[in-house]
Design a binder for this molecule. Structure first.
Ligand code: NAP
Length: 322
């Protein structure tokens, strides 16, 4: 008899992985979630989830942060019996119907199906000074580092939802926020863009790019270029917050099918191109990346994985080690 550590292995404990864990465990599967950091993923960076269904920013006590939502999702999944391991997964391979995840410690975990919910990480701009001043004026997280810039002037780079959201957040702390975007219009949702454009504490510089971040011990200025005129100029400031998109974390599944940007392609059941691998959340090819979308995809992925595992078990003589 072949034994496994779990029925369903879930890689990543952001909103997608946590929701999948809850649905999988509630369907009576032995669920094991492997996460290298704290539960929550990128949602941990969100100050107020004002667009999450049922969270009303104007009603005190209903709108929660990404951290609070992640804590609740984690507790909920655990209450249905999902188990969690805080470890870095190094590799994933399939032999017959069994998937094996190798951990950094050298231990291995085996299951019948895998949900990849590893999310995405921030992209860097790769300009001089960016690496050098990271942690000394350059940041990728307004929630984490914003309070260090109370009463100071900061630059925000990017034109998507993240840049607009974080510029709004920083405008409550910094004396001035300069939002620098390379194009003449935002990529973000219209409502976010309009709020930024109306905010008197935010100055928007369209058609502008960052050439260099300068300073001694900490950031003291940036070198900007007006793309239309080619003119470059130095502008004083204390911080640079960079939100220029994300990179999907797919190193554990090098051979599943991906789109041109490296996001995993699935069918509508969240099944990836390798049978038994399902995918949900920011790592999946999807035009709209939101916490609510990740949670919904996690539920679908778990539902599909449960059906897949049932089929596999019907065909074989499987036992359990957990
Ligand atoms: P994004 O939507 O991909 O936007 C990235 C922005 O950075 C774009 O404006 C892009 O410019 C700019 N950019 C990319 N590379 C650049 C470079 N080398 N130099 C200068 N600018 C560069 O990424 P995101 O804003 O991080 O959002 C990621 C996902 O999370 C999205 O799906 C988003 O909807 C979601 N999200 C949602 C919320 C919310 O709903 N509140 C909050 C945060 C994130 P171009 O426009 O010129 O391409």
């Amino acid at each position: 008899m072949v034994t496994t550590d779990a029925d369903l292995l879930i890689l990543g404990a952001g909103p997608a992985g946590l929701t999948a864990a809850q649905y999988g465990a509630r369907a009576n599967m032995r669920v094991l979630v492997i996460e290298e950091l704290a539960p929550g993923g990128q949602a941990l960076l969100i100050d107020a989830l004002e667009n999450y269904p049922g969270y009303i920013a104007s009603v005190p006590g209903t709108c929660r942060s990404g951290f609070e939502l992640a804590q609740d999702m984690h507790r909920q999944a655990a209450s249905f019996g999902a188990a969690f391991i805080t470890q870095t997964a190094r590799s994933l391979h399939k032999e017959g119907d069994i998937f094996t995840v190798c951990l950094e410690t050298g231990d291995t975990l085996r299951g019948f199906a895998v949900i990849v919910a590893t999310g995405a990480k921030h992209r860097i701009l790769d300009v001089p000074g960016e690496i050098e001043f990271t942690g000394r004026g350059v940041s990728y997280c307004a929630n984490c580092d914003g309070p260090f810039f109370k009463g100071k002037k900061v630059f925000v780079m990017g034109g998507g939802d993240a840049a607009c959201d974080e510029a709004q957040f920083l405008s409550r702390l910094a004396s001035q926020v300069v939002l620098v975007h390379r194009r003449d219009r935002f990529r973000s949702q219209k409502a976010l863009a309009e709020r930024v454009l109306r905010n008197p504490h935010i100055t928007v510089r369209f058609n502008t790019r960052l050439l260099e971040i300068r300073g001694a011990n900490t950031v003291s200025s940036v070198l900007l270029e007006n793309i239309l005129t080619g003119e470059s100029y130095e502008e004083a400031g204390d911080g640079v917050f960079i939100f220029v998109g994300t990179i999907p974390q797919t190193s554990l599944v090098p051979s599943v099918e991906k789109d041109e940007n490296g996001y995993i392609i699935t069918d509508q059941e969240m099944a990836a191109s390798i049978p038994g691998i399902f995918c949900a959340g920011d790592v999946r090819a999807c035009p709209f990346r939101q916490v609510v979308v990740a949670a919904g995809e996690g539920a679908v992925a778990a539902h599909s994985a449960v059906a897949y595992i049932d089929r596999i078990k019907e065909q074989g003589d499987w036992g359990a080690a957990l």
